[in-house]
Design a protein around this ligand. Structure first.
Ligand SMILES: [Cu+2]
Length: 163
């Protein structure tokens, strides 16, 4: 009988411990973005390495090379926050932009009609032909599967998966 009471007490303590651990870590998950922004404003060397979540690709850079045979890699999977550089190694100008040609509005806050306006800065759209040897870079903050193309050679397409 005593043994049973001891076992039950231990089980109850473990359950309480688990409950406290989980309720203590949940607010941290919900406030991920907020905390990251706060870290940017006031860098704290002792906190930033532990709080930065693993799935955050902020600061990561990936490159897609465009040649006369198209985009390579044709499908790129990266973490949210990654900067993707589209490099023009083809023999003519290129214009990377979100699907769907010709309106370019598949990616959030994107549209060919935003080019030349203040909204262009958030649009997944080069908004102009990029010369041979030049590049266009864009930071992907939206999770999802995003098709894109070369607006000047619309049969050349690719996909970026943001996880
Ligand atoms: Cu287009």
């Amino acid at each position: 009988m005593k043994t049973a009471i001891i076992i039950i007490t231990i089980v109850v303590l473990i359950v309480i411990g688990l409950f406290l651990f989980r309720s203590g870590s949940n607010p941290e998950d919900i406030n991920d973005n907020q905390e990251e922004e706060m870290i940017e404003e006031s860098p704290s060397p002792s906190l930033s390495p532990t709080i930065t979540p693993e799935e955050d690709g902020k600061g990561e850079v990936s490159t897609i090379v465009y040649s006369d045979s198209g985009f390579s890699p044709r499908t790129l999977e990266v973490e949210r926050g990654t900067t993707v550089i589209f490099k023009n190694n083809s023999s003519q100008n290129f214009w990377p932009a979100s699907a769907v040609h010709p309106i370019h509005s598949a990616y959030p806050n994107s549209s060919l009609s935003f080019c030349g306006t203040a909204r262009a800065i958030n649009a997944f759209d080069a908004c102009q032909g990029i010369a041979v040897g030049g590049e266009f870079s864009f930071v992907f903050n939206e999770i999802g599967t995003w098709a894109y193309h070369d607006h000047l050679e619309a049969r050349q397409v690719g996909t970026i998966i943001i996880r």
